[in-house]
Design a binder for this molecule. Structure first.
Ligand code: PBG
Ligand code: ZN
Length: 323
């Protein structure tokens, strides 16, 4: 054949393929979530998420230490309090599980790690919603005030990046204002901007005991919408977000790409619990090659335009040399 273009020329050997690779994924791109519980000496595997644990603060320190050796420096904390109440007031407790963990991490690792906290009320409220519930409705503005207080409490405990995941309107602005008023002008806001009402959060809600009465469709986004993700992202940036997020990731690669093309800020995606557990269980059943699948998924997030990836796979991927 008289072919002028033969793309196969550039795929001939591993070294040539390595040379021509357009994207990569490495430890610095990954953010590792942790589920922190009250108590001491607790490390219990979460039933719905094989390989992921509930840890008490002392065990968290050990986890982070081991992660650091793998090169994982960014850590996202979810608190699972014993106390739940209608307004989730335990989220503001200076001695709460997240606040204690932040102080312990700072004491142990200083500026060697980046601490990130999920700012949301659902693990702290008795009804499991991300805001206040009044007459069966999740009300916006009072919820924002509480979320801002929660973010401030995290900043006071030494948090580097607060990450509101509640999807109330105006919460990024509310948080930025309260942080600044209190002198925390350097605390970064990573906004869960395009967060969809997704069935992929199922295992996480087990892990956090945060399944809501009803559903979250009045505040999280409708999976049918794409344009709206851009709107939400613009609003968060106008209100002062430093970074924006798309969540989930695998089923929303188009949204990651779209947001990437619309903004100049860093874009983060969240490879959520359901996406993780599907892969884990398929691998356990011998249906897929876990190494290859995880690598392919992580690369897909990068190729779609994510700067950073929140994922539960990071530890395995680095330990086993998958990436
Ligand atoms: C809290 C929150 C959720 C997740 C992150 N923060 C659950 C939800 O919104 O129901 C999901 C994370 C995951 O599934 O891995 N709002
Ligand atoms: Zn929530």
């Amino acid at each position: 054949m008289n072919l002028l273009d033969r793309p196969r020329r550039l795929r001939a050997t591993p070294v040539l393929r390595e040379m021509m690779a357009e994207t990569n994924v490495s430890a610095r791109h990954l953010i590792t979530p942790h589920f922190v519980v009250e108590g001491k000496g607790i490390k219990e595997e979460i039933g719905s998420m094989p390989g992921v644990f509930h840890v008490s603060t002392d065990e968290l320190i050990k986890e982070v230490e081991a992660d650091l050796e793998l090169g994982l420096k960014s850590h996202l904390l979810f608190g699972i309090p014993n106390d739940k109440s209608p307004h989730g007031d335990s989220a503001l407790d200076d001695n709460g599980v997240v606040q204690q963990s932040l102080r312990a991490l700072k004491g142990q690792f200083g500026t060697d790690i980046i601490s990130i906290t999920d700012v949301c009320l659902c693990a702290y409220t008795s009804h499991g919603h991300c805001g206040f519930l009044e007459d069966g409705k999740v009300v916006n503005d009072p919820s924002v005030e509480q979320l801002a207080r929660m973010a401030l409490s995290h900043a006071q405990a030494g948090c580097d990046i607060v990450s509101p995941s509640d999807m109330m309107d105006g919460r990024v602005g509310g948080i930025r204002e309260l942080l600044d008023e209190n002198g925390f002008t350097d605390t970064v806001i990573l906004a869960y901007s395009a967060k969809y009402a997704s069935a992929y959060y199922g295992p996480f809600r087990d892990a956090c005991d945060s399944a809501p009465q009803g559903d979250r469709k009045t505040y999280q986004m409708d999976p049918r919408n794409g344009r709206e993700a851009v709107l939400e992202t613009f609003l968060d940036l106008q209100e002062g977000a430093d970074m924006v997020m798309v969540k989930p990731a695998l089923a929303y690669l188009d949204i990651i790409r779209r947001v990437r093309e619309e903004v100049l800020s860093p874009v983060v995606c969240y490879n959520v619990s359901g996406e993780y557990s599907l892969v884990k269980n398929a691998a356990k059943a011998g249906l897929v090659d876990e190494a290859a699948i995880v690598r392919e998924n992580l690369l897909a997030f990068r190729r779609a335009g994510s700067d950073l990836i929140i994922t539960y796979h990071g530890r395995d991927a680095l330990k086993e040399g998958w990436i």
